[in-house]
Write a protein that binds this ligand. Structure first.
Ligand SMILES: [Zn+2]
Ligand SMILES: [Zn+2]
Length: 343
């Protein structure tokens, strides 16, 4: 028990192993070469085989981890289908490889498929002047602007080419896997049209990255949609989830441990974002600030360019949300850098 959450499986599965979280649903982990060093994948009983939910990134280490799983705990049963929750590389990275290798249909949301395809077709598209200018106009330094602008190439290094076709999952769909019936939910904010699956009968929520036990999922504004309000969409999705899903559901998330306490955690996440907004309002009350100047107010540790690019994009998500709520307004630009003030 921690923060009101209950973790029924306090130890995660070792690489190459699985934990049966309920009969017919296996939890495995794939390594990630980041500070967040793993992603959860789930194998769901699908009659004569396993449906796979999420894949890990498209590198040799993850391929090898899949080989170990397939030769070990998954041996003797085929893979049937591949479900991908969202287009981030830790979830969709090996979708192409797995689907080709095992002839699996890919089930995902349209936005996940097209989002991945878009970057894959044109990884350099983000490195264009309108996007660079957007970051510079908000006060981001040249080095970090470069990191954000070339992120498409980094993405592509972690993602294998998608299969040419997919089966679309839409919110409100019913998906039958083996004997289980899942309702398809989607949520925005962390990634557009992120897929979640809920088995009402057994009170099981495959929550992807929408609700994690101990970290607040990244919510970012990107230059391609400069006035986007993903934080508003994220908060809306959290509220919808707490209405639709019972409080005592077992949450099977994309990272960290499965847990009970969905409504508690949703409350904490909403509070976390409210606190950040309050801190931003405080600092913008005395003098106009740029988005870049707000970053150290929200993120206290030193950040490398990669972390800074995410921190900056998350600050912008708060800024756009607060502009939308009328809590901030734009002030005068200084040296071409936009500044905002609290109302
Ligand atoms: Zn994600
Ligand atoms: Zn993730």
């Amino acid at each position: 028990m921690q923060n009101g959450l209950v973790f029924p499986f306090p130890t995660a599965p070792q690489p190459g192993n699985v934990i049966e979280v309920v009969p017919g649903i296996l939890w495995a982990r794939m390594p990630l070469p980041f500070r967040l060093d793993h992603v959860n994948v789930y194998l769901i009983d699908d009659g004569d085989g396993w449906a796979v939910l999420d894949t890990g990134i498209g590198d040799e280490t993850t391929r090898a981890a899949w080989e170990t799983l397939l030769a070990g705990p998954l041996s003797g049963k085929r893979l049937t289908r591949l479900i991908v929750t969202h287009f981030h590389p830790d979830h969709i990275g090996l979708a192409g490889w797995l689907s080709r290798r095992f002839d699996l249909p890919l089930l995902t949301s349209q936005t996940s498929y097209l989002g991945c395809l878009n970057i894959s077709l044109s990884p350099g598209a983000l490195d264009a002047n309108p996007y660079r200018e957007f970051y510079l106009r908000h006060g981001l330094d040249a080095g970090t602007t470069n990191t954000v602008s070339t992120r498409g190439h980094e993405y592509l290094k972690m993602v294998t080419a998608l299969p040419p076709t997919f089966r679309r999952l839409v919110a409100g769909d019913t998906l039958k896997l083996g004997e289980r019936t899942f309702s398809v939910y989607t949520g925005d904010g962390h990634a557009p049209e992120q897929v979640m699956l809920y088995c009402q009968e057994e009170k099981l929520l495959l929550a992807a990255d929408q609700v994690l036990a101990k970290i607040s999922p990244n919510v970012s504004v990107w230059a391609v949609e400069p006035e986007g309000d993903p934080l508003c969409l994220y908060l809306r999705s959290l509220t919808a989830l707490s209405t639709a899903i019972v409080a005592d559901a077992l949450v099977l998330p994309g990272h960290q441990l499965p847990f009970y306490g969905l409504h508690t955690r949703i409350g904490e996440l909403i509070e976390h974002h409210k606190r950040r907004c309050a801190a931003i309002a405080d600092v913008c009350r005395n003098a106009p600030k740029s988005a870049a100047e707000i970053v150290p107010v929200v993120f206290h540790l030193p950040l490398d360019p990669h972390q800074m690019s995410f921190a900056f994009s998350e600050v912008l998500a708060h800024v756009n949300f607060m502009l939308g709520q009328g809590e901030l307004v734009w002030g005068e630009s200084e040296n071409g850098i936009r500044k905002m003030i609290a109302v």
